[in-house]
Design a binder for this molecule. Structure first.
Ligand SMILES: Cc1cc2nc3c(=O)[nH]c(=O)nc-3n(C[C@H](O)[C@H](O)[C@H](O)COP(=O)(O)O)c2cc1C
Length: 220
């Protein structure tokens, strides 16, 4: 299946570091960006819900609009080759059209559909308890988007592209600005996180990580 060596993957993990200043002259080729976005699209999600959208925000005026409330983007916002705003679905309840449509697309029979909706209900209500508020339901979808985020950043690193995940922004304001600009419908989606991509223009300090024994425990 694969001829990738473990060391190559580890090298990519060591290469990947939060990139806070990019070479503004270097733009990521379209096919490489398509590859990164495809890794997001192919990512796993709870019950196969795919509760996300990837907004590639290249419009300079829109970028400048969110810059003043995006303190976590440390460089002038136009310097990142690409800025992806990851949206998470709102109201992805067990009985929502959104989840039903996902099942229809997977070709479930009406009987299978009915049984699956019952299962999702007890899952969302009793097991993982995310029906307590709109916020808990949104956060469940938002969690899924972070899997896509990680996969995109790792896949980018594997081909030498830098990235920085971004949570440092005012969520209300970015939601307001992008929905007022009709980038997305606030009734359907909310911003989960952002990520910049590009090419570093200086060396990034070696990453600090806790020792293995502090974070990994084998129970045998
Ligand atoms: C979900 C998430 C949000 C983050 N938000 C920001 C941010 O807004 N601005 C920033 O400069 N770095 C941000 N970071 C980067 C972290 O500070 C960085 O990943 C961490 O310090 C570890 O360093 P490394 O990524 O270089 O290994 C974020 C990281 C994650 C995972």
């Amino acid at each position: 299946m694969t001829n990738i060596h473990k060391q190559q993957v580890l090298d990519a993990f060591h290469f990947r570091a939060a990139c806070r200043t990019y070479d503004p002259a270097r733009k990521i080729p379209k096919e490489d960006m398509d590859y990164i976005l495809e890794l997001g699209r192919l990512s796993p999600s709870s019950v196969g819900s795919e509760p996300w959208k990837f907004i590639v925000l290249q419009n300079p005026a829109l970028r400048e609009k969110i810059a003043p409330v995006s303190w976590g983007i440390k460089h002038p916002i136009h310097e990142a080759s690409h800025l992806v705003v990851i949206l998470a679905k709102k109201n992805a309840r067990y009985d929502s059209d959104f989840l039903r449509n996902a099942l229809v697309q997977r070709g479930l029979t009406p009987e299978q559909m009915a049984a699956t909706v019952v299962r999702y209900k007890s899952f969302q209500q009793d097991d993982i308890k995310i029906l307590e508020s709109e916020r808990t339901l949104f956060d469940w979808c938002s969690k899924q988007t972070y899997i896509a985020l990680g996969n995109m950043m790792t896949g980018a690193a594997l081909i030498g592209i830098d990235s920085c995940p971004i949570e440092g922004f005012n969520y209300d304001e970015v939601n307001r600005i992008l929905s007022e600009e009709r980038v997305f419908d606030l009734n359907e989606y909310g911003v989960s996180c952002m990520v910049t991509f590009g090419y570093r223009n200086k060396e990034i300090k070696k990453k600090h990580r806790k020792p293995v024994d502090d974070v990994i425990e084998w129970v045998e």
